[in-house]
Design a protein around this ligand. Structure first.
Ligand code: ADP
Ligand code: ASP
Ligand code: MG
Length: 456
């Protein structure tokens, strides 16, 4: 069995879904389980409707929802239009409820955003049948058991794997199985989600649960590229990369993979492939336990944009122990993850991606330290296995970044990344300079060196 996950743009229209059906059809003998995201930008649109409803824009919310209904209708096979309507009726009820309440809990956010995948999975299953391919729809909420941290729920692996192993092989023997990514349910049966971009994670969980021979992540790029194409176009495809490198890149902002995706795959030693649903013949990127030896020390450059840097200074804490603990306790209490940390004797600098609770955090920190907050920063990470043991990488990076003001530097303890904090406005320039330095000559075992054709 294999798991094939198709992201939002891969199922954004009837035409795109037609491509999905053809791709899967060519692999039927591998007994595919298909995991799909919501169609196109549906998740964003649903969340926008919810926001409008809560903020007093009930009519606008319902009008937007009507547009989304029309879109789903237009792109769906006849067979499921009734079911789609029933889902939209329920959504309209939920939006009316939200507008009365005037507030939204994480639990209601999940109830609403889950509709995207609930519907897309029905649509894609029907598209297979329309083409004469046996297919069944499986409600992911019956399979993926999570805790109740709504909008960021964590899978309960033992129970989830048990359910997947009991159901999927039986269904897959009869035809293509289609389930929605991103969504699950708590033990009590309440709908939950795994966090934005979580369909990749769902695919990996499904693959691990059934001991799949491969997990394929089909998306809108040729694979993991040497840089984020939205920051710098023209990056090369990385042909093979290690689990550790892929996880690090995902963590540092390479959106092509959800950061949790590799965990279940690593544990069960299942190779993960990243493939392009618009160019299915391109071999993609293979993520394996041990990457190939590479003449290039860096595999890719990732960036996290628009982050906030916080520097915390206390001369009173000079030589005193417990300073770091006090700082991190504050971040912990406010459930705000810290991405990068650098320290000196009397000061600590760190970065956060989610600044929602920053005001409260800073107020608490100010009780014992001087605090300086700078928004509009970016984290740029060079990632490659064994980077820490290679000589001269940092020197080359600094030389290349000549002229860009570097605010923080960190070499991860994993020896896998070298990262910098710079002004967000400098990101394109910095990535361009680093890319020219590290990717002008390419090891053909690891990178696609053929001239890139224009993306279809
Ligand atoms: P999907 O809807 O298929 O899950 P996503 O939008 O979540 O697709 O992820 C694919 C996108 O990730 C690409 O279109 C690209 O803009 C972005 N991306 C960021 N960094 C990289 C990278 N290093 N390699 C490839 N794509 C990247
Ligand atoms: N549809 C969800 C999102 O937009 C999950 C995903 O696409 O992976 O975040
Ligand atoms: Mg994604």
């Amino acid at each position: 069995m294999i798991v094939m996950k198709f992201g939002g743009s891969s199922v954004e229209s009837a035409e795109a879904i037609g491509r999905v059906v053809s791709i899967v059809e060519a692999r039927l003998e591998r007994r595919p389980v298909v995991v799909v995201s919501a169609m196109g930008k549906t998740t964003n649109r649903l969340l926008e409707c919810a926001r409008l409803a809560v903020e007093g824009g009930r009519e606008e919310a319902l009008a937007k929802l009507a547009g989304l209904r029309e879109f789903h209708h237009a792109e769906s096979p006849e067979e499921v239009r009734g079911a789609i309507d029933a889902h939209f009726d329920e959504l309209a009820e939920l939006l009316r409820g939200l507008s009365v309440l005037g507030e939204m809990t994480p639990r209601s956010v999940d109830a609403i955003s889950a509709f995207g995948e609930r519907m897309s999975s029905l649509v894609v299953a029907a598209a297979f049948r329309q083409r004469g391919i046996a297919a069944s729809h499986l409600d992911a909420r019956e399979m993926i058991v999570t805790d109740d941290r709504h909008t960021q729920a964590a899978p309960q692996y033992a129970e989830t794997y048990e359910r997947l192993a009991a159901r999927l092989p039986v269904l897959a023997a009869r035809g293509v199985v289609v389930m929605g990514g991103f969504i699950g349910a708590t033990r009590a049966g309440v709908t939950s989600t795994l966090g934005r971009g979580g369909s990749d994670f769902s695919a990996a969980i499904a693959g691990a649960g059934i001991g799949a021979e491969e997990i394929q992540i089909w998306t809108d790029v040729d694979g993991m590229l040497t840089c984020d194409p939205r920051v710098l176009p023209g990056g090369r495809r990385v042909r093979v990369i290690s689990f550790a490198e892929a996880a690090e890149l995902a963590y540092f902002g390479a959106k092509v993979l959800h950061p949790s995706t590799v965990l279940p795959a690593v544990e069960k030693q299942i190779p993960v492939l990243i493939l392009n649903s618009r160019r299915p013949d391109v071999e993609g990127t293979r993520i394996v336990a041990r990457g190939a030896e590479s003449a290039n020390p860096i595999k890719s450059i990732a960036c996290k944009r628009n982050i906030t840097a916080v520097s915390i200074k206390s001369t009173r804490m000079l030589m005193a122990h417990g300073f770091l603990r006090r700082i991190f306790e504050v971040f912990d209490r406010h459930e705000t993850p810290v991405d990068m940390v650098t320290t000196s004797e009397v000061s600590v600098s760190l970065t956060v991606d989610n600044a929602a609770r920053l005001e409260a955090i800073v107020a608490e920190l100010r009780a014992f330290a001087e605090v300086n907050v700078q928004a509009g920063q970016a984290l740029v990470a060079l990632v490659g296995d064994g980077l820490g043991e290679r000589k001269g990488i940092a020197g080359r990076a600094f030389q290349a970044l000549n002229g860009v003001n570097v605010r923080m530097i960190s070499q991860g303890a994993s020896q896998l990344n070298l990262s910098f904090v710079i002004a967000d406005a400098d990101v394109a320039k910095a990535v361009g300079l680093l890319h020219a330095e590290f990717f002008t000559e390419l090891d053909p075992k690891v990178f696609d060196v053929a001239a890139r054709e224009a993306l279809a």
